[in-house]
Write a protein that binds this ligand. Structure first.
Ligand code: FES
Ligand code: FES
Length: 172
């Protein structure tokens, strides 16, 4: 019988205990042992960003972190982003503006964007681009993602923001 390791940590605000084979990455533990499949398997090489989670408030690539390193830490996955039935403003603007299409990359983008807006409530387009540069999207062309982050940031600051007509209604 294979030996399992056991950790205790906070996951999406809940104290959590889990046992798993010690070689497993945090990505594998979250998906396979805790059944939270919102965090996506991509390259598993640290290149695509789709496995991003927040550990102690900072975005990390869960394919590059061992599960046992989460002992005593606070981990947030995409399942912890909404408040009950209320979507996070970023989730809402991603949906409204078509920044999530196939959606495979979205959990990673959303969590990196959440971290960005926590530390910088009014980022420039360049700052958003830089912060999200470790995340790949094959569907959107990125512009809709940047606009969704800008719109969410404005809403979170309590401000109105005018979007280009084609962002809302498409090219006519
Ligand atoms: S799956 Fe982790 S960076 Fe691609
Ligand atoms: S929405 Fe499909 S990969 Fe980004």
């Amino acid at each position: 019988m294979k030996q399992k390791t056991h950790i205790s940590f906070k996951l999406n605000g809940e104290q959590t205990e889990v046992a798993f084979a010690p070689h497993k990455t945090l990505l594998e533990v979250v998906r396979e042992d805790l059944n939270l499949t919102g965090t996506k398997h991509g390259c598993e090489l640290g290149e695509c960003g789709t496995c991003t989670v927040l550990v102690d408030g900072r975005s990390i690539l869960s394919c590059l972190m061992l599960g046992l390193e989460a002992e005593g830490r606070e981990v947030k996955t995409i399942e912890g982003m909404a408040e009950g039935v209320d979507l996070h403003p970023l989730q809402q603007t991603f949906a409204d503006l078509g920044a999530a299409q196939c959606g495979y990359c979205s959990p990673g983008f959303l969590l990196v964007a959440e971290e960005l807006l926590q530390k910088n409530p009014k980022p420039t387009r360049m700052e958003i681009q830089e912060e999200l540069s470790g995340n790949l999207c094959r569907c959107t062309g990125y512009i809709k993602i940047y606009e969704a982050v800008e719109l969410a940031a404005a809403k979170m600051r309590g401000e109105e923001m005018e979007l280009p007509h084609e962002s809302v209604f498409g090219i006519e």
